[in-house]
Design a protein around this ligand. Structure first.
Ligand SMILES: [Zn+2]
Length: 359
């Protein structure tokens, strides 16, 4: 294959662009998995290595705070330091899993702009020392604000990010549902026009941001955070195609000039997701499904070994339960749950066997 290959590890800057281009040209998307600690980060890297897929690891602001420790007194500091610790963990270990890892932060709304700015302070320090940023990209989700404020803030932040080879994910239109306290309550009965990204907004974003730096767009085409009854999520991927065509024709750009991101795809029809990938979706967020994949086997294990979670030594027959309640035992089951679930995700998104990391 003539595909360009990259050194395994955390990819940023030009390498990140190469990875995005490889996915779009190859007709596949990368799973972007939310993590909250080393168990989930390691499981995601293990899953990617097993699937021979490159992967995106992301932290929400509360996931980052949890990474630093839910008991840390200063909540804002925890959000910043937890994100730094997670990224440093990945920078140290990712290359040893032999795949490319993108480090990203998830939704930051207006009140979380200071979080992103604090992370950029850290990113700039890291860049000075290592010649690469701590994170490959951040997301700024100002979709709840007026479009002019959304785009001018994105432009301001992207100017700073471009200097340290980072990419920005923006959101246009509103992804339904709520994720980690951010987002709107999803009304399953409503036919909400806001759930669909307007092509004119996409055009405005491209015109303003493309000259500044690399960016991607979380577009809304009926996608909803969380899992709902089948049939309640109606994806309309043709909205993505229309936006791509409009930008491509207006700016005489290459085919599929926009780098698109799919949020809230859990529970969607696989054919619609495949269609969306064909229209330039290179990243699909996965959180709900991997949360369940981690918890389900642990729940089963606890149920099957209930007495070991009640007594160190069985009061009736003196059986010692140390081997059963050792946290590694059940945490590993959770990790394996994530690894297995992501094999399916890599297959669905076409990224299985497509890692561009040098073997
Ligand atoms: Zn999202």
């Amino acid at each position: 294959m003539s595909e360009k290959s990259l050194k395994p590890g955390v990819v940023t800057g030009e390498d990140y662009k190469t990875l995005v281009q490889a996915a779009k040209a190859g007709g596949y998307a990368l799973p972007a998995v939310n993590v909250v600690g080393t168990n989930s980060i390691n499981a995601v890297m293990e899953a990617a290595a097993q699937a021979r897929s490159d992967i995106i690891i992301q932290l929400s602001n509360s996931g980052a705070a949890f990474f630093a420790g839910a008991g840390m007194a200063d909540g804002f500091k925890a959000k910043v330091l937890g994100a730094v610790a997670a990224a440093r963990h990945a920078h140290l270990l990712a290359e040893h899993y032999g795949i490319c890892v993108v480090m990203h932060t998830d939704h930051a709304n207006r009140s979380l702009i200071p979080w992103i700015e604090a992370l950029l302070d850290e990113g700039e320090k890291y860049y000075e020392q290592h010649g690469k940023p701590l994170y490959s990209s951040h997301m700024l989700d100002l979709s709840a604000d007026p479009i002019d404020f959304n785009l001018s803030e994105c432009a301001r932040i992207l100017q700073r990010m471009a200097k340290i080879d980072m990419s920005l994910e923006i959101e246009l239109g509103v992804t339904g549902g709520e994720e980690d306290g951010i987002g709107s309550e999803f009304d399953e009965a409503a036919d909400n026009a806001k759930l669909y990204t307007q092509p004119a907004d996409v055009l405005q974003a491209y015109e303003l941001l493309n000259p500044i730096g690399h960016f991607s767009v979380a577009a809304s085409f009926g996608n909803v955070h969380g899992v709902y009854k089948p049939g309640n999520v109606k994806l309309r991927p043709e909205i993505l195609k229309n936006s791509q065509t409009l930008v491509q024709q207006t700016f005489s750009a290459d085919d599929n000039p926009l780098h698109l991101v799919l949020h809230g795809g859990s529970g969607s029809e696989k054919a619609k997701i495949a269609e969306a990938v064909g229209y330039g979706v290179f990243k699909m967020n996965i959180d709900t499904d991997t949360q369940f994949a981690f918890s389900e086997p642990i729940g089963k294990y606890v149920n099957e070994n209930a007495r070991a979670f009640e007594y160190q030594i069985d009061p009736d027959d003196g059986t010692p339960y140390k081997k059963l309640y050792d946290p590694r035992k059940y945490l590993r089951l959770g990790e394996q749950g994530i690894v297995d679930r992501l094999q399916e995700a890599c297959e669905d998104l076409g990224s299985k066997g497509r890692s561009i990391a040098t073997a």
